[in-house]
Design a protein around this ligand. Structure first.
Ligand SMILES: NC(=O)c1ccc[n+]([C@@H]2O[C@H](COP(=O)([O-])OP(=O)(O)OC[C@H]3O[C@@H](n4cnc5c(N)ncnc54)[C@H](OP(=O)(O)O)[C@@H]3O)[C@@H](O)[C@H]2O)c1
Length: 237
């Protein structure tokens, strides 16, 4: 049975992907930070769940140790966990440092350590890795400076690993645009984003799943980053 590990499995894209992989007959392993109702549904479907807050160094290290014990062969690894938060202009210097550390830990350090821990399992299955980055990695949003910089770091890591692990393990990225608005996004924000998007709608989760299927099945793709953004990256913001 093929195996997938998805980080940030408890909601939105991670939760949706878990069901898509289950439907394809995968054994699903997931990382979550906070307990939530969706996780009970996943446990009932046989998903193995491991709790870890990646911004806490000890929890991140413990997670990598546990996952390398549990996972001896891994077909797909999806780095999905993410902290989408604006920089706060009221933060003190120390708070800015702590905030940046958290962004770095979730978007760069965790994927790096998890990759290293799971390389033997990925090699065994000739597996493939998908990094969820963002169109903001190339063209940053000035209010999300730390988020964008750390996602750009993740995009760079993707290329390093693609080169380092070829030809056995392939490593690619998806750069979503407006995939799924957050509850806090007001009507004006939604209208502005859709106006900047040539395909003029929120993309939803299915286009990301379709792209993951392409990346994991096409064995001539590595170091490849696909924008799934309805064309929004052509806009200026
Ligand atoms: N939504 C969009 O339109 C959009 C656009 C561009 C890029 N993306 C990227 O696409 C991916 C999926 O997006 P999404 O909107 O579904 O993400 P999301 O709702 O923000 O979910 C991210 C997941 O990451 C987990 N997480 C947050 N902080 C963590 C930490 N410190 N340690 C461990 N896990 C942590 C969350 O756990 P909890 O459940 O505990 O909160 C959550 O399950 C993300 O990588 C995102 O950056 C999304």
């Amino acid at each position: 049975m093929p195996t997938v590990l998805i980080t940030g499995i408890g909601r939105r894209l991670g939760f949706f992907l878990a069901h898509q992989f289950l439907d394809m007959g995968y054994q699903v392993i997931g990382q979550y930070r906070s307990e939530r109702a969706e996780l009970t549904a996943l446990r009932n479907k046989g998903v193995t769940l491991i709790q870890a807050d990646f911004s806490l160094r000890e929890q991140l290290i413990a997670f990598t140790e546990e996952i390398s014990l549990q996972c001896k062969s891994l077909d797909v690894l999806v780095h999905n966990a993410s902290l989408f938060v604006k920089d706060d202009p009221k933060h003190s210097c120390l708070q800015q440092a702590e905030f940046f550390d958290a962004m770095y830990a979730v978007h760069m350090l965790a994927p790096k350590l998890i990759n290293e821990a799971l390389h033997p399992a990925l090699l065994k299955a000739k597996g493939s890795v998908v990094m969820m980055t963002d169109i903001y990695a190339d063209q940053p949003h000035s209010l999300f400076r730390s988020y964008c910089a750390s996602k750009a770091g993740l995009a760079n890591l993707m290329k390093s690993y693609a080169g380092h692990w070829a030809p056995e393990v392939r490593v690619n990225a998806i750069e979503p645009g407006p995939m799924l608005f957050l509850d806090e996004h007001d009507k004006a924000h939604r209208e502005r984003v859709i106006e900047q998007t040539p395909l003029a709608k929120e993309g939803g989760l299915l286009p990301i799943w379709q792209t993951i299927q392409l990346l994991i099945t096409n064995d001539y793709l590595t170091a490849c980053s696909i924008k799934v953004d309805g064309g929004r990256s052509m806009a200026q913001w």
